[in-house]
Design a protein around this ligand. Structure first.
Ligand SMILES: *Cc1c(COP(=O)(O)O)cnc(C)c1O
Length: 222
């Protein structure tokens, strides 16, 4: 019998594919980052056994406590940092992760560039944009995204894959997804990390290349 978590994964993948086809997009152009924060190896194993390899965590320490052991057992795991990064954690982050979605200020871009050079490792990188301009939320303000990108591409020689956003909880996500897609287009960026459990189909309709889905696969977090 299929494990319930594996069945939930299959359901999310088929919904992504349907949303992509409805938008006349290739389903293979949308990556599912399965968000495992708060969940232990027991919950993650059925998803690995089902063949899925792209995962997201929002904390460096938590990722460090579970993923090295899983990487020893499964080849091809791609780990994405989707939460805010402190500069004193950059070294560990570059060691542990294959992608970082949360570049949101010059200081962290500089730290990542230095650490990638030191470790000889290239990560896939996204700039997080605070599309709702919420004071408490991470992300560069939309008006400052172009200059942060200029720093990354110029002086730091960082290859930026795209933009990421987390819309305000009380607003229509489609407005923010459309805004992020337009900003990415203006900046010449192809990647769009947007869409979570409640709104990933909307995000795919608006061009998401990476959706970050947790609870719809693993259940409610404690
Ligand atoms: C937790 C988290 C998600 C996944 O949220 P769900 O609603 O459980 O799908 C996506 N993105 C970020 C940045 C997160 O922290």
């Amino acid at each position: 019998m299929t494990h319930p978590t594996a069945a939930a994964l299959a359901d999310v993948l088929s919904r992504i594919a349907a949303a992509a086809r409805a938008a006349k997009r290739d389903p293979a152009s949308v990556h599912l980052v399965a968000v495992t924060k708060t969940f232990g190896a027991d919950a993650i194993l059925p998803v690995l056994d089902a063949g899925h390899r792209q995962f997201g965590e929002n904390r460096v320490q938590e990722a460090k406590s579970k993923w090295p052991a899983l990487r020893e057992r499964y080849a091809g795991i791609e780990l994405h940092l989707i939460g805010p990064l402190q500069s004193n954690k950059t070294k560990e982050a570059v060691q542990l992760f294959d992608a970082i979605h949360s570049i949101d200020r010059p200081k962290i871009a500089v730290a990542i560039a230095e650490e990638m050079a030191r470790q000889g490792k290239r990560l896939q990188l996204f700039i997080q944009v605070n599309t709702g301009e919420e004071p408490q939320k991470a992300g560069v303000l939309p008006a400052e995204a172009a200059s942060l990108l200029r720093l990354c591409r110029g002086e730091l020689k960082l290859d930026i894959a795209g933009l990421m956003c987390i819309p305000p909880v009380d607003e229509e996500p489609a407005v923010h997804f459309a805004f992020l897609a337009k900003l990415a287009q203006e900046l010449g960026l192809a990647g769009l990390s947007m869409g979570m459990s409640a709104d990933f189909e909307t995000a795919v309709a608006l061009g998401a290349t990476h959706v970050r889905v947790g609870s719809e696969i693993f259940g409610r977090r404690a």
